[in-house]
Design a protein around this ligand. Structure first.
Ligand code: HEM
Length: 163
């Protein structure tokens, strides 16, 4: 059960991080192509909505498998309430990882449910306006911040088990 949980946990992490890297390294540059440019807003809306749904499902799977990683390792969940646990190597790095994960959830919410959809709508309705530029910039920076935080989570995930 422990290996199955960890396997699904790592696969979910790979899918989410991989999706963000693909977006930044492939989709954004490709969206500048003259074939896509006229429908750029719709392009990002369709892809953004699909990846957002997948991401929130992955977050749920990461939380569930994260908890089963702990319980199948023999950790009582009551340990979470013990301040000493968060001082230990395992608890210390898990604490940092979970704090960054919390920030990722907030940024994902802002990006997926407000700035992203608004930017996609504005790109179609009023591509040249300063407001459109602002929302596009905020959305892309939120996306980049989440990628950076995602990479930090993987680093601290690695330190959780290795100290
Ligand atoms: C975006 C969110 C997350 C990502 C990207 C992520 C990624 C990872 C990765 C890559 C590992 C394997 C580390 C290694 O073996 O070197 C791991 C392990 C682990 N993760 Fe996460 N994780 C996330 C969220 C969570 C959450 C929410 C929890 C707790 C509720 C959690 C608990 C754990 C635990 C306990 C391990 C250690 C498993 C073990 O080897 O015993 N993770 N995580």
């Amino acid at each position: 059960m422990y290996y199955l949980s960890l396997y699904v946990h790592i696969l979910s992490a790979i899918f989410w991080i991989g999706g963000m890297l693909f977006t930044v390294a492939v989709l954004v540059p490709v969206s500048q192509h003259k074939i896509i440019e006229p429908n750029r807003g719709t392009f990002f809306k369709i892809i953004g909505e699909k990846f957002s749904r997948i991401s929130w499902l992955l977050f749920l799977i990461l939380i569930i498998t994260g908890i089963t990683n702990l319980t199948t390792r023999g950790f009582e969940l009551s340990l979470f309430l013990d301040p000493n646990f968060w001082q230990t190597g395992f608890g210390y790095y898990l604490g940092i990882k979970l704090m960054i994960f919390g920030i990722v959830l907030i940024i994902s919410g802002l990006h997926d449910f407000y700035f992203g959809p608004k930017a996609a709508r504005l790109i179609n309705s009023d591509p040249g306006s300063p407001q459109t530029q602002t929302f596009r910039k905020i959305s892309s920076w939120l996306g980049r911040m989440n990628l950076l935080f995602g990479l930090m989570i993987v680093y601290y995930a690695m330190r959780v088990v290795r100290g």
